[in-house]
Design a protein around this ligand. Structure first.
Ligand SMILES: [Zn+2]
Ligand SMILES: [Zn+2]
Length: 374
């Protein structure tokens, strides 16, 4: 038995992209629609407001600065806790509530399209749901919990998704990319579409280009899901191309705007960070960079926390050699030079502020105090 899913996300307050999906998917037989979050751009508005106020309200300049900063932070994975403190949360959440109201009627139409309706989670741009109003459509998967809709159980608990469950998270969760027992994992957040085994990152529907502010439209996915896995068809509503990198093919098929190269060729540290987190989890069962909410804020590391900063490290540490062996074993045929490049990366983690791991005094590796796993 198979089920047909329409998977989409990251429309960032935009309604035209949702209309494009509704038009494009007209007549498709669907069992479920899954939205992976970022219905709004509340968080971005919050930061922009704060930045404009800080710079004496010179709107144009401040806006460009805020956008540039966000683009570079998103590219590299920033410490959201700091960003949050800089943000004007009230202005952002107010705008977010307006955006939720604007997208809700379109979500309702998507909900009507599928036998079992729309199933969804909030994203970081939605402050993970910390907005003055709530969406009242379809079925929200409770944060860290699970819900059964039709024949399937959907979970938002990444580290104990059991066999047969469908995991939906906004962020990617590097740790489990190679260690996942569920039926499917749908995620978003990075705006880099990718299908790897049972995981699909749904790319994005719409964002404003960080430099030009031009709208960029991405796409959505039609997924046939059965016990053997996911059969994925990408549907562009703008610029979303299928990309199979020869060097990085084993790490999935990518779906990127036409002018974007392979995400791993563009910055190999993206690959190194993911494999470091995945190997560490494979060896210890301890997840790196698990985004967690503390006092209504989303912070990006393991607890316990104080003011959004982890105050205690997880206890496991592993040797460099063990990590390298584990990472090499994640490939059927590693790219030329991978072993050396990965070993070098581990040596350089003190210089990589976004590394999921840190080096101990005795030269082993443990979870970094703070890391943000996409
Ligand atoms: Zn997003
Ligand atoms: Zn590549």
């Amino acid at each position: 038995m198979s089920d047909r899913f329409l998977v989409l996300g990251d429309n960032h307050g935009d309604t035209s992209s949702l209309r494009r999906v509704l038009d494009d998917a007209e007549g498709e037989a669907l069992d479920y629609v899954v939205h992976v979050g970022d219905f709004t751009r509340a968080w971005r508005v919050a930061r922009r407001e704060a930045s404009e106020r800080a710079s004496g309200d010179r709107k144009g300049t401040a806006r460009r600065e805020a956008d540039r900063r966000e683009a570079s932070e998103r590219a590299s994975g920033d410490r959201k806790g700091t960003a949050r403190r800089e943000a004007d949360v009230e202005a952002g959440t107010q705008r977010g509530a307006e955006q939720l109201a604007a997208v809700e009627p379109l979500l309702r139409r998507l909900d009507d399209r599928a036998t079992h309706g729309l199933v969804w989670v909030y994203g970081n741009q939605d402050f993970f749901g910390d907005l003055p109003t709530d969406l009242d459509v379809g079925t929200e998967i409770p944060e860290g919990g699970r819900v059964t809709v039709g024949d399937h159980t959907f979970t938002n608990a990444p580290y104990d998704a059991s066999e047969g469950e469908i995991l939906v998270t906004h962020v990617e969760k590097w740790s489990i990319v190679d260690h996942f027992d569920g039926l499917a994992h749908f995620c978003g957040n990075t705006h880099r579409g990718r299908h790897l085994d049972r995981r699909l990152n749904a790319a994005f529907l719409h964002y404003l280009h960080p430099e030009t502010e031009d709208p960029v439209y991405g796409g959505y996915f039609l997924v046939e899901l059965d016990d053997d896995g996911l059969d994925v068809e990408a549907r562009s509503i703008g610029s979303l191309d299928r990309r199979e990198c020869e060097r990085h093919r084993e790490r999935g098929v990518q779906f990127q705007p036409a002018d974007r190269p392979c995400m791993f060729c563009r910055d190999e540290r993206t690959l190194m960070r993911e494999l470091a987190a995945s190997s560490f989890y494979g060896l210890t069962g301890q997840p790196a960079g698990d985004a967690v909410r503390v006092d209504g804020r989303t912070v990006a590391s393991r607890g316990p926390f104080e003011d959004g900063i982890a105050t205690q490290r997880a206890d496991a540490s592993v040797s460099r050699d063990a990590l390298v062996e584990c990472a090499v074993d994640l490939w059927a045929d590693p790219p030329a030079g991978f072993r050396e490049t990965f070993a070098d990366y581990l040596e350089s983690v003190p210089e990589d502020r976004y590394a999921p791991l840190a080096r101990t005094d005795v030269g082993t590796f443990e979870l970094a105090d703070r890391s943000y796993a996409y």
